[in-house]
Design a protein around this ligand. Structure first.
Ligand code: PLP
Length: 411
């Protein structure tokens, strides 16, 4: 669902992101930590400002003008999100706090409702802690078993083994679409089809895919798809849970409170319809509304343009980084997004991160909330450069020079 009005031109695009013009430690900022959170275009910042200066009111309840305007803007964002994901029904779009919140919602609601002792949940070795811990918690509570599909040395899922791990006891497969640490793009459509053949539902952690590729939940046939808007050039504190209508309708609410009820007496409460059943209390109104501004911004471009630019960056950065002696890339899957994790012999990732920051370069260091994955590769952490469509080859040159200088200081 693209409305293409502008040709992609990275120098023009950069002007839309005020923070990219700032300096850090006396150097022009080179922001390569987009996997952690993406920067915001001016239109998103304006939307937040406009909400608080012109529209601030609680939604869904008031009869006055401000409340009605805020409610319409919030619900328009939901409609646009439905189009963005190609979901069938607007009520399949649940606003959450983010990916973590969405997964906890499903683990709690679906898990409590469906899991029995001896049932199984299948995850993979490359999951973010957000897609491990909620399942561990609910499995422990229900006496269910958490199984983990293995990966190979390139950082790809070993699909045959994954499929063998799906049994008639598997109630849900929870799988990351793009690994935040390795950049691996997983064949989720194929995995969903296999899981469905065995009667299991599938949750896709789309935290790293929503900013980089077209997500079509109907084409994927995903049962649940979750992501955070702050990684999709939108505000922090708001995320999306897509769930198939018939599944969401069958599930109990996650939290109780205002907005999620139809009627309340001390004897019995009846619950509201979707999507409100899963949105208890006053939501994150300003950020929900600014979600629309983020989607409007993104939808100016085609996914092909974004993808081509990011793949050029990935290829260029991979080639240049490999020229650094002692540098080893962790995650060399055939299908990769614009994320590169690496280690350098004799250099601690943290020290490197601190030194390149002095040169204006923001990269991520550490385990990236994937400690079991670090264990799989026998390392403590990596340095990770993650690119967005506003990054350039010149910035990659700055990164490579900064790493060379930092390495010389450290060894
Ligand atoms: N899953 C993946 C793959 C991620 O990369 C992240 C964040 O980095 C998360 C889940 C958690 O996202 P959030 O902290 O926005 O809830």
């Amino acid at each position: 669902m693209q409305t293409i009005t502008q040709k992609f031109n990275v120098e023009e695009v950069r002007k839309d992101f005020p923070i990219l013009q700032r300096e850090v430690n006396g150097k022009r900022l080179v922001y390569l930590d987009n996997g952690a959170t993406a920067q915001k275009p001016q239109s998103v910042i304006d939307s937040l400002n406009n909400y608080y200066t012109q529209e601030n009111a609680n939604i869904h309840r008031g009869v006055h003008t401000l409340s009605q305007e805020a409610t319409s803007a919030y619900e328009e964002a939901r409609v646009q999100m439905r189009e963005f994901l190609n979901a069938q029904h607007t009520e399949e779009i649940i606003f959450t706090k983010g990916t973590t919140d969405g997964i906890n919602l499903v683990a709690s609601s679906f898990g409590r409702f469906n899991l029995k002792e001896g049932d199984e949940i299948l995850i993979t070795a490359m999951e973010h802690h957000s897609n491990i811990v909620p399942w561990q918690m609910i499995c422990e509570e229900k006496g269910a078993k958490l199984k983990v599909a293995p990966i190979n040395d390139q950082g790809e899922l070993i699909l045959d083994e994954l499929y063998d791990l799906i049994t008639e006891r598997t109630k849900l497969v929870a799988i990351v679409h793009i690994s935040n640490t390795l950049g691996t793009v997983n064949p989720v459509k194929e995995i969903i089809a296999k899981a469905h053949e065995k009667g299991a539902k599938v949750l896709v952690d789309g935290a790293q895919s929503a900013p980089h590729m077209q997500v079509d939940v109907r084409d994927l046939d995903a049962d649940f798809y979750v992501f955070s808007m702050h990684k999709v050039f939108g505000p922090t504190g708001v995320g999306i849970l897509y769930g198939k209508k018939e599944i969401l309708e069958s599930l109990p609410p996650y939290q109780g409170g205002g907005d999620m009820i139809k009627t309340v007496t001390f004897e019995k409460t009846t619950y509201n319809e979707l999507p409100h059943k899963f949105e208890a209390g006053t939501p994150n109104i300003a950020d929900g509304i600014a979600t629309k501004a983020a989607l409007d911004y993104l939808q100016q471009f085609s996914w092909d343009e974004i993808h081509n630019h990011e793949m050029e960056l990935l290829e260029y950065a991979t080639k240049r980084l490999k020229t650094i002696e002692g540098l080893r890339i962790i995650g060399e899957a055939k299908e990769k997004a614009s994320v590169i994790s690496f280690v350098i012999d004799g250099v601690h990732a943290y020290d490197l991160g601190v030194l390149v920051d002095k040169m204006g370069v923001a990269v991520r260091t550490g385990h990236h909330c994937t400690q079991p994955l670090m264990e799989r590769f026998g390392i403590l952490g990596t340095v990770r450069a993650s690119f967005a469509f506003y990054n350039t080859k010149e910035e990659i040159d700055v990164l490579v020079n900064a790493i060379e200088r930092a390495k010389n200081m450290l060894i």
